[in-house]
Design a protein around this ligand. Structure first.
Ligand SMILES: [Zn+2]
Length: 407
């Protein structure tokens, strides 16, 4: 046995004491503990949700269509039967939702001019949808939400957190479906001036920009020679012009061939705002792993949709309706983070109030805390990782890549 000198003994004893004092469990049992740290009562609240894709105004817009004006009961039936996910400004404000990318989609402009021809009147509908949202935010929704027209206004709004009387949800214009252009590239300039942050270049049907994936079995894109065609020459022009204007290219709904074409011609980071991985959910709507990896490597972002049907392999929509759960979303978030190599490439694009299916546990966007709880369990109670996925990644992406809205 080694004999210690007196100096050696003292050094060893002091070293052991220091090590013991650095252990939290022993600190609490011994009187040599450091001063107690009391949690600050005015810590900045954690971010709740920055939703990359949500439809807060779709019901209101559909109620303005001529057929719904004439037969309001039809709109009521549609909302009740086919739009089970709800978005309320007040409830989302109370829940502390930080940001909503509000998607503008006009069904008539996409569907009534089928099969492939764009509707030249579509741009005016899009402007009206933007007007409607702005009127809502200046009127009934004013106590709860405010428009962010550009990334500077967004940063200002996000400085005020939940709990402050001035807290408002930041709302950003986005466009669902390149049919909104009506086949006219110049319309992108008008959308950019109004601050549209992003646009999905296609939606359910190919309107001359890119082939669409079949999101649901009852929406086959019969107008496209799917999946061979991809992005058209005009579609590639659209991508180029969007990048020039600082509008983010969204490849959600694009067929795999079109996603490849966009990746080949894009120079800036792109987003899949409300998507899923095809490996876990075998639908043409989802993204291939290598496409997700490339999007992530090039600084892009994947928003996970919260529609159980598109997140798993339910045999049909009815079974997804019966058994769909937030566990489908959690599993998808975990998988996308793994494939992309970082949780920082993943966000949430709920698609709530967009006539999607709901999970059993959450039919209101304001219940988003339930997803957060499940993600916390999945990610070992790591608050930072979950906050990044639910909000910080989307906010960072918008701040870095959204450059419209300064006219
Ligand atoms: Zn969509």
């Amino acid at each position: 046995m080694r004999t210690l000198t007196r100096r050696g003994f003292l050094r060893s004893a002091l070293g052991s004491a220091a090590a013991m004092c650095s252990s939290a469990s022993i600190l609490s049992a011994m009187s040599c503990a450091a001063p107690k740290v009391t949690p600050s009562t005015n810590e900045t609240p954690r971010r709740v949700l920055a939703d990359l894709h949500v439809h807060p105004m779709l019901n209101a817009w559909l109620r303005r269509t001529p057929i719904a004006v004439r037969y309001p009961i039809l709109a009521t039936i549609a909302e009740t039967e086919f739009n089970p996910t709800k978005v309320s400004w007040q409830r989302c404000h109370e829940a502390g939702v930080d940001l909503m990318c509000a998607a503008h989609f006009n069904l008539g402009d996409e569907w009534l001019s089928m099969p492939t021809d764009p509707n030249p009147r579509a741009p005016s509908s899009t402007m009206l949808m933007m007007d409607l949202l702005e009127q809502e935010l200046a009127g009934p929704a004013a106590p709860y939400a405010t428009l962010a027209k550009n990334h500077v206004q967004l940063a200002d709004l996000l400085r005020v957190r939940k709990g402050d009387p001035d807290f408002r949800i930041a709302v950003v214009h986005t466009i669902e479906g390149g049919h909104a252009l009506g086949g006219d590239l110049e319309v992108l300039g008008s959308l950019a001036r109004r601050g549209a942050a992003s646009m999905t270049i296609t939606h359910f049907f190919n309107k001359g920009i890119a082939t669409a994936a079949n999101a649901y079995p009852f929406f086959p894109d019969g107008s496209s020679p799917w999946p061979a065609q991809g992005a058209s020459a005009f579609g590639k022009e659209v991508v180029r012009r969007m990048e020039e204007l600082g509008m983010i290219v969204d490849i959600t709904h694009a067929s795999a061939t079109a996603v490849r074409d966009v990746l080949d011609c894009a120079h800036k980071p792109i987003v899949a705002s409300h998507s899923a991985a095809r490996t876990l959910a075998d639908h043409a709507y989802g993204l291939y792993d290598d496409h997700m990896q490339e999007i992530a490597q090039r600084g892009g972002l994947i928003g996970v949709i919260l529609d159980p049907y598109l997140l798993a392999n339910y045999a049909d929509v009815t079974l997804a309706k019966r058994h769909g759960s937030l566990r489908d979303a959690v599993r998808m978030v975990r998988y996308v983070a793994k494939i992309c190599g970082s949780h920082r490439s993943v966000a949430i694009g709920s698609d709530y109030s967009g006539y999607i299916g709901r999970s059993a546990e959450m039919n209101r966007l304001s219940q988003i805390g339930r997803l957060r709880s499940r993600l916390l369990k999945e990610f070992g109670e790591d608050e930072q990782v979950v906050e990044d996925i639910m909000a910080n990644n989307a906010i960072r992406f918008l701040r870095e890549n959204w450059r419209t809205g300064f006219a």
